[in-house]
Design a protein. Structure first.
Length: 244
């Protein structure tokens, strides 16, 4: 879903390439090809450890070269920090998947990949939860600039619900208490939001402007990928003694 806009997408995608990088026009389609290659590998279950490691590394480089400098330049902008934690969670999810695949061959590296994923997704969930509790009118999920659509029943209440779940689950992950259930709860919440908020939003955007459709696609993909990262983490974490 992310790949097409790297081939012939909005101008802002091309402009995100840092000005100091050589051959700036090369990197945007290269990232599109990398995303397609990773998707094909994971879907076909071929070379998943390699492709998910590289995918996570690419997202991590986005964080280091694009989002962290932007957040440091605008430290009071809450959306800038949401972008940092969003892409860092995508990197963490990919590395958790690589850790799952590499448990047999590289158990120590696998352990650290999964541990990194738990900490990152915990911090992201806590930050997102607090943001939703402070700004409940914004669309739940990854807390960006979109307001909850007026067609949603009780639009102001869903931010509180999502915020409470994310905050509680994030604290559980950070403290490593019932962490498997906490990660699964985050994944379930994000999956529900994808299916019942962002998918209808995309359907309703049909016939609108290219910008509206692209925005709806990005919100759908962001929420769904965050769900996948959390569910991958839940699969990687050990069962608690009560559920084993």
């Amino acid at each position: 879903m992310f790949a097409p806009e790297h081939f012939q997408g909005p101008e802002f995608v091309k402009n995100m390439v840092p000005s100091w990088m050589p051959a700036r026009s090369f990197w945007t389609p290269f990232v599109g090809c990398a995303l397609l290659a990773a998707a094909a590998s994971i879907t076909a279950r071929r070379f998943v450890s390699l492709s998910s490691t590289l995918l996570g590394s690419m997202f991590f480089l986005f964080v280091c070269t694009i989002y962290v400098p932007s957040a440091l330049a605008h430290p009071g902008n809450r959306f800038a920090w949401a972008f940092v934690l969003r892409d860092l969670s995508f990197a963490a999810g990919a590395w958790v998947l690589a850790g799952l695949q590499g448990r047999g061959s590289s158990p120590q590296l696998s352990k650290w990949m999964i541990h990194f994923g738990r900490i990152v997704i915990a911090v992201a969930a806590i930050f997102f939860g607090v943001e939703h509790l402070l700004h409940p009118g914004f669309a739940p999920g990854v807390p960006l600039r979109k307001l909850t659509p007026s067609w949603v029943p009780f639009p102001g209440g869903w931010g509180y619900v999502a915020g409470a779940i994310l905050l509680a689950a994030g604290i559980g992950l950070a403290l490593d208490r019932r962490s498997r259930m906490a990660a699964a709860s985050i994944g379930a919440l994000m999956t529900v939001l994808t299916l019942f908020l962002y998918l209808p939003t995309l359907i309703l955007a049909h016939g609108g402007s290219v910008q509206e459709i692209n925005e709806a696609l990005n919100y759908l993909a962001d929420t769904w990928l965050f769900a996948g990262a959390a569910l991958a983490l839940a699969s990687a974490l050990p069962r608690s003694p009560l559920t084993r």
